[in-house]
Design a protein around this ligand. Structure first.
Ligand SMILES: Cc1ncc(COP(=O)(O)O)c(C=O)c1O
Ligand SMILES: N[C@H](C=O)CCC(=O)O
Length: 428
């Protein structure tokens, strides 16, 4: 039998850090990653046969659990007709119509192959449409690895201590202005100062790459008003929140209408997909309808569209998101109870089926608070949970995700593990 360790040794010889995306490497939590052989429902199995309850969900897409038969069968049917056409196909039209129906601010959409491509393209559109160069993002928010976004970025960049990446030319980084998330005054001040030069302000409407931080009440409305006042485009990066925190995404949940929205994860059903869309007058500026160029050999891939459409069918079931939110609350309340019982300072955040675990007694609303939490304690808890067969995101700065396959029994098993894990993490 191949072992996780042997595979990691082989991987490190040929893949930087042994992985194809930094967050998978377990650098922050210590130890070595496991190698998944198969996944089903709420579970992953590694190459050694160990089973894990999975709260990473492929970093968000697997909202109906792994290997859901409806999604798998749609993929199997699509594959029989060919893997890629390089011509338009019906499924991509249906995908665009579905997104537009479920997210009304998106009048037109362009399919791409990742969340990174979606955000890079949205920013190009914002710059092209406004004739302005600067963009505004938030400290600790992550929008993929495009140059413009690797400035005070979250996710693996924050975890590994390189929030502003080498390799991004200073001339480009200087065009990215950053703001503290959830700070009303700072946003007002910055836009009053330079708003006339700002093409777009991009935000994760629920921050999910510095752990999970919901917006303060009225904050997204405030950003909307500022962008309107200064003629900057408001871009919601819903790669993580789209179709997860509510059927219509965070914009439906909070009742705020952005100019442009980016998607990924769930709309691919587990296949590599992204999309950006928004107001018709803006999207009509994208080539070949307009002059702003953006293209993709595999964009609108028929197999990926089939997977995404099948998943979007499932999340439209009546009560789907309410039930997921209820179970997420069960999980978070249960964790809180065991942490309190063990005398461990701990707090949780959640919006829909997205949650955050913080080792602090404070209510978390800012990047500064998130990064001041007890990270070594998180790392011990992570490893104690892993030993008990529960896989949390391997970083104190990533959100957790629930799926409809996480039944009350699965949550109860998670909580049993947590009771011991809190005690073990505290004992050190
Ligand atoms: C909010 C957000 N935007 C963009 C991205 C980039 O997506 P991808 O990894 O598919 O390029 C991610 C995740 O990686 C994300 O969480
Ligand atoms: N936090 C990232 C996206 O949501 C994790 C995915 C990755 O970068 O591999």
């Amino acid at each position: 039998m191949t072992s996780n360790h042997d595979l990691f040794v082989r991987a490190c010889a040929r893949l930087p850090g042994g992985v194809n995306s930094p967050v998978r490497a377990f650098r922050a939590v210590g130890g070595e990653p496991f190698f998944t052989r198969r996944a089903d429902g709420p579970y992953l199995w590694d190459v050694e046969g160990n089973r894990y309850i999975d709260y990473v969900g492929s970093w968000g897409p697997m909202i109906v659990g792994h290997n859901h038969p409806h999604v798998r069968e749609a993929v199997e049917r699509a594959v029989k007709d060919g893997l890629s056409f390089g011509t338009p196909c019906e499924a991509e039209v249906t995908m665009a119509e579905t997104i537009a129906r479920l997210v009304p601010s998106v009048e037109m959409v362009r399919m791409v192959n990742s969340g990174t491509e979606a955000t890079m393209s949205a920013i190009r559109l914002a710059r092209g449409a406004t004739g302005r160069s600067r963009i505004v993002k938030f400290e600790g928010c992550y929008h993929g690895h495009g140059d413009a976004f690797l400035v005070k970025a979250g996710s693996g960049a924050l975890t590994l201590g390189t929030p502003t990446s080498p390799g991004v030319p200073a001339a480009l980084a200087d065009l990215t202005l950053t703001l503290p998330y959830n700070d009303f005054e700072a946003a007002t001040r910055l836009l009053d100062e330079v708003g006339g030069d700002v093409a777009g302000l991009i935000v994760e409407p629920v921050a999910g790459n510095m752990n999970c931080i919901p917006p303060r009440e009225g904050y997204l409305q405030h950003l909307r008003a500022l962008c309107t006042q200064h003629g900057a485009l408001l871009i919601f990066d819903e790669v993580m929140t789209g179709f997860r925190v509510a059927l219509g995404g965070a914009q439906a949940h909070y009742g705020v209408t952005p100019d442009l929205t980016t998607f990924g994860k769930i709309i691919g059903g587990g296949m590599p997909v992204g999309a950006y869309g928004g107001r018709r007058d803006l999207m009509q500026q994208i080539a070949p309808a307009g002059p702003i160029y953006q293209a993709g050999t595999l964009s609108g891939n028929p197999v990926a569209m089939a997977a995404g459409l099948a998943m979007l069918e499932l999340v439209q079931a009546p009560g789907f998101h309410d039930e997921l939110a209820r179970r997420t609350r069960l999980l978070c309340d249960g964790l809180q109870a065991w942490a309190d019982g063990a005398g461990v300072p701990f707090t949780t955040t959640r919006v829909g089926a997205m949650f955050g675990l913080f080792f602090t007694a404070e209510k978390i609303e800012t990047y500064a608070q998130a990064t001041a939490c007890d990270v070594p304690m998180f790392n011990r808890f992570f490893n104690a949970m892993l030993e008990r067969g529960v896989f949390l995101a391997p970083s104190a700065f990533e959100a957790g995700f629930l799926s409809s396959a996480h039944t009350e029994d699965v949550i109860a098993a998670t909580l049993d593990a947590a009771r011991e894990a809190f005690a073990e993490a505290k004992a050190v």
